[in-house]
Write a protein that binds this ligand. Structure first.
Ligand code: PLP
Length: 398
């Protein structure tokens, strides 16, 4: 299917509110187990309060939009180690702090439009299903949203099928790896193909890599290393990441964008009048957390334990449920109804709150919705609670 055929405005809106409306007035069958929101609930690092206390004077100052020298150095060091970047990578030019990756993903789209100054109506390409903020970015940039579904679960979109004319008017292309909800990870060759398209057609490639540290056994390839391996530059690419998933600090609202130094400068200039800066004590926390891998290793271990339990308990009914990255289960429930119907049944019978896949996807022009067959379960609860949820799901569906 050509992407021309899939051009469509996304419905937008908040998937969790939509589910709450659907379930209003329905009593949960048992004590609720909420698996809808991807909000990490493992322990944050032990030093959070200590670092904030030590740096509390920083709350008295407006922070610089480019962040502190220490912040850029710490993020730069982490990126270099994690993705084997060359010494040419200069964090002072290529890194900017964000209040979590979400706001950067949204503001970035407006900057991409203004930076590239393309003629005509801009287009923004996003996966389907997708993190709803990509749609918000496209919306405020006044761009056409072009939806790119996976051909099948776990199969990456066919880049050769995208119309070159569409790529010419594209200003931003969002791509998540590991993907939420499917957990699919883009290999080096795929990234490189995408980067070459970005350079050929001159659009900004926005890699949402906030799940980069939540993986099963192999660290996902990052967009920056893929770009450097082509020609040593980061032209047309930006990665977005944060402490939210890596360090269980979604409430600290601390992340960064890193990549194409020319675009980052343009983005920083726009942000300097449009976006919130990151408080300095929070930047100090990021310096400490990006310098510490121990808590990240433990975090991964806890998720992997839950995937092992899910595989053991749920694979007999669903087939393998393991995902290369991220912390979601993406279950095809079509034998029992649509994702929305099954989510309601699970809530009514078992108190397990699952997110219907269709609520994080948009309808295609033919009326189909690539999330329709699925429910998404966030593995954010403890191992015991997760197992209890799996037992209840089996009781209800088996
Ligand atoms: C795919 C994806 N991207 C980005 C974000 C935003 O995360 P944050 O703003 O906390 O970095 C989330 C949060 O759930 C997400 O699931």
């Amino acid at each position: 299917m050509s992407t021309k055929e899939v051009e469509k405005k996304s419905s937008g809106g908040n998937p969790f509110q939509r589910l709450n409306q659907q379930l209003a007035g329905i009593e949960p069958g048992l004590d609720p187990i909420v698996m809808t929101i991807g909000e990490p609930r493992h322990e944050p690092p032990s030093y959070v309060i200590e670092v904030l206390e030590e740096n509390k004077d920083g709350f008295r100052k407006y922070p610089a939009i480019r962040g502190t020298d220490e912040f850029r150095a710490a993020v730069g060091k982490w990126l270099k180690n994690r993705f084997s970047l060359s010494d040419a990578f200069n964090p002072d030019k290529s890194v900017i702090p964000l209040n979590g990756s979400r706001e950067g993903l949204v503001f970035g789209c407006v900057s991409a439009r203004d930076y590239l100054k393309k003629d005509g109506k801009p287009a923004v390409i996003l996966p389907n299903p997708f993190y709803q903020s990509y749609g918000a970015g496209a919306h405020i940039a006044g761009a056409d949203e072009i939806l790119l579904p996976e051909p099948a679960d776990g199969v990456l979109p066919d880049l050769d099928a995208i119309d070159p004319d569409l790529l010419d008017r594209t200003v931003a292309f969002y791509f998540a790896s590991p993907a939420n909800p499917q957990g699919t990870v883009a290999p080096m060759e795929y990234w490189q193909k995408l980067i070459k398209l970005a350079r050929k057609h001159n659009f900004m490639l926005f890699a949402d890599e906030c799940y980069s540290e939540i993986y099963r056994d192999t660290p996902p390839t990052g967009i920056l290393e893929a770009a450097e391996a082509i020609d040593g530059t980061l032209k047309n690419v930006v990665t977005f990441n944060s402490l939210s998933k890596r360090s269980n600090l979604p409430g600290a609202r601390c992340g960064f964008a890193a990549g194409d130094p020319e675009f980052i400068q343009f983005f920083a200039d726009f942000r300097n009048v449009a976006a919130p800066q990151v408080p300095m004590p929070i930047q100090a926390l990021a310096v400490r957390a990006f310098g510490d891998e121990e808590h990240v290793i433990e975090n991964r271990r806890l998720y992997n334990e839950k995937y092992d339990a899910a595989e053991e308990m749920l694979a007999p009914l669903f087939g393998s449920v393991r995902k290369d990255g991220g912390f979601f289960l993406w279950l095809d429930v079509s034998r029992w109804g649509s994702g929305a119907e099954v989510a309601e049944k699970l809530w009514r019978e078992t108190g397990v709150k699952a997110l219907p896949g269709a609520y994080i996807a948009s309808d295609m022009p033919d009326g189909s919705n690539p999330g329709d067959k699925y429910i998404r379960l966030a593995l954010v609860e403890s191992l015991e609670t997760s197992k209890e949820a799996f037992r209840r799901i089996l009781d209800s569906l088996e």
